[in-house]
Ligand binder design. Structure first.
Ligand code: NAD
Ligand code: UFG
Length: 377
């Protein structure tokens, strides 16, 4: 591995592995941000942006849905050596309180803030294994927030989801109704955690929270070296479409074409993951200025595209046919879901810049250069 440690410490109790390694020297001047889930899809793109913008990063990830390779590639993209002291990785489960505490103790300076991505996110699996989802996403966050309070790190950016809006009508604003019509345990973990973090800020005047409600993250870094690497059969539209384009799957099933949308297929607000990553930096800057209370922002483009729009855009980007059949609606799906992104523009000074052509071109570069993701087959 390129993240070879200068020394190894062992942390017990991680569900995926009990070994953690890290570099013990971090730069004296850069603020250090704790990033849970930093090896994952959105996390890796955000860590790259943090490194490029002068933050040092400490990642906690148990690699249950990701790979160390993403971090090696992030370092390369940031122009840093594989043993750079600016990135520290701990292979720790957020539900392992002792392991987590070791990370806080090992930090050379208190973390300036935490960006909390770690969590399980497969909607279908959450219906079958609700307790696994509640335990992982809730218990892990309880430990994280307790330790943050104990060790004086009082700013957190949390990965929430448009799913908290349930059946509220689009375009969704941050004051649209939440929590009604959320159809699965995964979505409820996001809704519950939003409420829990809000209660925490109310109880601790020094605690600042930004809840980011992501719409549909897609695409990849333009280098084509980091991207989304779903395990097994992808649940989400774009990873599935990409695998059809690259020849790993025969055809897409379109889940319903009888919605009240222009072509009858589901409409979503797809957002380039690089734009999404930039939204996290904007949130950190905001927390520097308004460091207390709980603020919530939609991270979307405000534009809705249908399943067939996305199939067409990927066909153009890849030059491959994307065969599809129309099947029945998928349980729990909405016809349309898209953001009103005004609040993030006005208060974070952030807005999405990249359109679906770039999302598909960059996704295709990643997929065609890495047909089996980070694994080599
Ligand atoms: P991802 O699975 O690629 O990243 C999550 C990371 O968290 C993975 O690296 C995984 O190994 C790690 N992780 C999970 N449980 C852990 C645990 N107990 N301890 C330590 N690490 C753990 O997913 P992503 O798409 O990058 O999503 C990041 C966050 O954004 C998640 O919280 C997700 O729910 C949320 N979100 C994602 C989407 C989306 O469509 N991708 C939409 C809305 C919200
Ligand atoms: N779709 C298909 N065929 C597929 C997969 C998806 O037609 O094989 C359709 C869906 O019916 C929907 C659209 O493509 O109309 C997008 O579906 P995704 O599964 O990609 O995304 P969702 O909007 O359903 O869900 C996503 C995340 C959830 C999150 C939710 C709201 O996967 O985690 O956005 O933020 F909760």
């Amino acid at each position: 591995t390129h993240l070879e440690p200068p020394f190894i410490i062992s942390l017990r109790g991680s569900s995926c592995s009990s070994i953690s390694y890290h570099h013990n020297m971090s730069s004296l001047t850069n603020p250090n941000v704790l990033v849970t889930g930093g090896a994952g899809y959105i996390g890796s793109h955000t860590v790259l942006k943090l490194l490029e913008n002068g933050y040092d990063v400490t990642i906690i990830d148990n690699l249950c849905n990701s790979s160390e390779t993403s971090m090696e590639r992030v370092l390369k993209l940031a122009g840093l050596p594989s043993d750079s002291s600016r990135l520290t990785f701990h292979n720790v489960d957020i539900c392992d309180r002792n392991g987590m505490e070791e990370v806080f103790k090992a930090a050379t300076a208190p973390f300036k803030a935490c960006i909390h991505f770690a969590g399980l996110k497969a909607v279908g699996e959450s219906v079958k294994l609700p307790l696994k989802y509640y335990h992982n996403n809730l218990t892990g966050t309880f430990f994280l927030v307790e330790l943050m309070q104990q060790y004086g790190c009082k700013k957190i950016v949390f990965s929430s989801s448009a799913t908290v809006y349930g059946t509220a009508a689009s375009p969704l604003t941050e004051s649209s109704q939440v929590g009604v019509g959320v159809t699965n345990p995964y979505g409820r973990t996001k809704y519950f955690l939003e409420e829990i973090l809000r209660d925490t800020t109310a109880s601790d005047p020094d605690f600042g929270v930004i809840l980011l409600r992501y719409f549909n993250p897609v695409g990849a870094h333009e280098s084509g070296t980091i991207g989304e690497d779903p395990q097994g059969i992808p649940n989400n539209l774009m990873p599935y479409v990409q695998q059809v384009a690259v020849g790993r799957r025969d055809k897409l099933t379109v889940h319903g074409d009888d919605y009240d949308t222009p072509d009858g297929t589901g409409v979503r607000d797809y957002i380039h993951v690089v734009d999404l990553a930039a939204g996290h930096l904007a949130a950190l800057r905001k927390l520097d200025i308004v460091s207390t209370g709980c603020n919530v922002y939609n991270l979307g483009t405000g534009n809705g595209y249908s399943v067939l729009d996305m199939v067409k855009a990927m066909r153009t980007a890849s030059g491959s046919e994307i065969p599809y059949v129309v099947g029945p609606r998928r349980e729990g799906d909405l016809g349309s879901c898209y953001a009103n992104p005004k609040k993030a523009r006005e208060e974070l000074g952030w807005e999405a810049e990249l359109g679906i052509e770039r999302m598909c071109a960059d996704a295709w570069r990643w997929q065609s250069n890495n047909p089996t993701g980070y694994k080599t087959e």
